[in-house]
Write a protein that binds this ligand. Structure first.
Ligand SMILES: Nc1ncnc2c1ncn2[C@@H]1O[C@H](COP(=O)(O)OP(=O)(O)OP(=O)(O)O)[C@@H](O)[C@H]1O
Length: 680
């Protein structure tokens, strides 16, 4: 065994380390000692727990039991090369080195000097090359160079020589030996047992514990061989024979690990690290032109397609007409219905007045001489509906209007036109009902107007006994698209940052870059803040695009205060960004984050009142649909765009209490508080 070292010479000491992932026990009471200024070769088959151990040593994972003690105190004293490449593939080597240089607080001059040395030592290609354009071996050497960049006193390298040609591996080992002579401590894992001969100490690991820990020469001597693989084989056989010791589960639930001194980071926020992170985000954005185009084109595409496709009244619908009181009425009715002829005059055809009104509402009318043929076409879906005027329609309506309660039963019966409407499409049905109701009302108004006074009274009595007053909120002229537009804007402004944030952070997490960056000392605050600044800039442009296209180009009504609308959208975008951060952090990988994002999008869209009144949802949904993050912003934005003038006029801070509660109900909490924030 290695002579028992004094505590001063120990760079890393792991004692009785236990670590499990669920029921899989990875580290099983492992002890390991690495002396300062030495190379420690950690050898073992795949899956024996080497990476897990390294992760616990640098503090990225916590032991379940046992302890890890490091002589190094600061994160910048440690250089870590993870097993996966963990590099930004879209960046150039120069940008990667600059990034990590700033992360470790190096000046531009120091970075240049270190990069020149490393390029020579690791035989790297010109540093202007993109990482994605390098070969696998070159990428691994860049990853190693990143770990060496800040000249740390403790180097932890997880399989640095995988995939490298033997000549280069040899030269890397020679350089590691030199570094150890300079006082650096190096822990290196490898599958290539023989290359570890150059290490000062070898730890042979199997099933989560060390079978032996000694100098290579001592191990060879003890086993009377000149081949390390034979040593490992002999130790494995001995381990098999000693398997009577059983690992029962109680062994792995021994309470919390002893506190391990964490590596210090100096501060939660550091300007150099923030600059590194911010510049890296800008580089990544500029390098990824398709993503940049997608980011800026998506709001335009969404708003244009929405404005063109959604909410407008269906037009040019095919509609059947059977007029038994006039042959070929589409041709024979007067082109413009005469406005000076009273309903009671002779030789007037009231059905023509209705047909003209319907034509004016943009229907494609097909006239049939035979009701059966018209019904057949309606039933086979060739027309959306059918109206039939009986042969005595005009006389019957005249008698009914003139005599009213004294009109004959026959006249009343014949004064009804028959209307069939296709109900398979709700929007089409509502529109046809509205058009026919309004058309007949308008036609009546026209043919009653030129009549003498007494007839006018009779005509007035035909009106429904109700008067529609001007609405306080909104307008009767708004169509379905006016109702849906605020929802679309809010959903877009929420989900655009969600997609972007999840993509950027999720990709960094998946590729191992986030792990590497965090173990290099970058804090969550620095990651989040640099991301927020870039994302906010993008968001502002996206909001302007959306608003300009929907409200300026397509002329959706906007009655309120643009500043309040903009402030509301920035709040919603920030919510979306936060949601993206939560999704990418909590999801196992980018695919899972994508699924969670799409799933939540569907769910939230259904219950947020985007295209259907919240009051129309089932009682169980109404218990919480106002609490989901999109609902209040949609209510608020709808209020701002459609009827904000009431809120704007009523000087909120001094409004009576009941007025405030009305406003909160009508305009949504967010408008209310934002208005207070901006104007009180
Ligand atoms: N996050 C995790 N969740 C669940 N199991 C894990 C996790 N990380 C590692 N493991 C499991 O722990 C065991 C040890 O993995 P580890 O990566 O430490 O092995 P290794 O010795 O480094 O292997 P290799 O040489 O192939 O990299 C493996 O069985 C692995 O599947």
């Amino acid at each position: 065994m290695v002579a028992s070292p004094g505590e001063r010479d120990v760079a890393v000491r792991v004692e009785k380390a236990f670590k499990s992932y669920g029921s899989s026990h990875v580290l099983k009471g492992l002890d390991l000692t690495v002396l300062e200024g030495t190379i420690y070769g950690l050898l073992g088959p795949s899956g024996c727990g080497k990476t897990t151990l390294l992760s616990c040593i640098i503090g990225r994972s916590r032991l379940d039991d046992g302890s890890v003690r490091l002589k190094a105190r600061r994160l910048k004293d440690v250089g870590f090369m993870p097993q996966e490449l963990a590099l930004h593939f879209q960046l150039s080597m120069q940008e990667v080195f600059t990034y990590y240089g700033y992360v470790f607080g190096l000046s531009d001059r120091e970075i240049r000097f270190r990069v020149d040395t490393l390029v020579q030592m690791l035989q790297l290609p010109p540093i202007t090359r993109l990482i994605s354009d390098l070969s696998g071996g070159q990428q691994r050497r860049v990853s190693l160079a990143v770990a060496l960049l800040h000249n740390p006193s403790l180097l932890i390298l997880d399989e640095p020589t995988v995939g490298l040609d033997p000549v280069l591996s040899k030269s890397i080992w020679e350089r590691l030996v030199e570094m150890a002579k300079e006082g650096k401590t190096i822990i290196i894992t490898t599958h290539y047992i023989e290359e570890a001969r150059q290490a000062h100490t070898i730890g042979l690991m199997r099933y989560g514990k060390l079978l032996a820990e000694d100098s290579p020469n001592k191990l060879l001597e003890d086993h009377n061989t000149n081949n390390l693989e034979d040593v490992f084989l002999a130790l494995c056989r001995r381990d098999e024979a000693a398997k009577e010791f059983k690992w029962d589960s109680s062994f792995f639930s021994r309470g919390a690990a002893k506190p391990t001194m964490p590596l210090q980071n100096n501060s939660n926020f550091n300007t150099s690290r923030f600059k590194a992170q911010f510049l890296k985000n800008i580089y990544l954005l500029m390098r990824n032109i398709p993503m940049l185009l997608f980011t800026f084109m998506l709001p335009i595409i969404v708003s244009v397609f929405f404005s063109l496709a959604v909410g407008h009244d269906p037009r040019h619908l095919a509609f059947g007409v059977v007029n038994s009181e006039l042959d070929n009425s589409l041709i024979n009715c007067p082109k413009v219905y005469p406005t000076d002829r009273c309903i009671f005059e002779d030789n007037i055809t009231i059905s023509c007045a209705f047909i003209k009104e319907i034509q004016g509402r943009d229907y494609r009318l097909h006239e049939y001489s035979n009701l059966d043929n018209a019904i057949l076409d309606y039933r086979t879906g060739k027309t959306y509906g059918l109206i039939h005027f009986g042969s005595n329609y005009t006389e019957a309506v005249q008698e009914r209007v003139k005599l009213q309660k004294d009109a004959s039963n026959l006249a009343i019966e014949q004064s009804f036109a028959d209307l069939w409407l296709d109900s398979s499409n709700l929007h089409v049905l509502y529109q046809m009902q509205r058009d026919f109701y309004n058309g007949i009302k308008a036609a009546f108004k026209k043919i009653l107007k030129p009549c003498a006074n007494e007839s006018e009274t009779a005509a007035e009595s035909l009106r429904l006994p109700i008067t529609m007053e001007q609405p306080v909120f909104g307008s009767y002229d708004y169509d379905f698209s006016t109702f849906c537009t605020p929802g679309l804007v809010i959903i877009a402004v929420f989900y655009l940052p969600t997609v972007f944030t999840t993509g950027i952070i999720g990709e960094e997490k998946e590729s191992g870059v986030m792990e590497r960056v965090m173990s290099s000392g970058i804090t969550f605050l620095e990651v989040a803040l640099s991301h927020v600044i870039v994302q906010m800039t993008i968001l502002v442009i996206q909001i302007v695009e959306l608003l300009a296209i929907i409200f300026l180009v397509f002329g959706q009504p906007f009655k309120g205060d643009p500043t309040l609308a903009f402030a509301l959208l920035v709040v919603v975008g920030s919510q979306g960004m936060l949601f993206g951060i939560i999704l990418s952090i909590t999801s196992k990988n980018l695919t899972a984050a994508g699924f969670a994002g799409i799933g939540s999008n569907f769910l939230l869209m259904l219950i947020c009142g985007f295209f259907w009144a919240l009051e129309g949802a089932h009682y169980s949904i109404q218990l919480f649909n106002r609490l989901v993050p999109l609902t209040q912003p949609i209510i608020s934005f709808r209020a701002i765009t459609m009827s904000y003038d009431v809120l704007y006029d009523c000087n909120l801070p001094n409004a009576p209490l009941n007025m405030e509660s009305t406003i909160i109900q009508e305009y949504g909490l967010i408008s209310y508080y934002l208005h207070h924030f901006l104007y009180s």
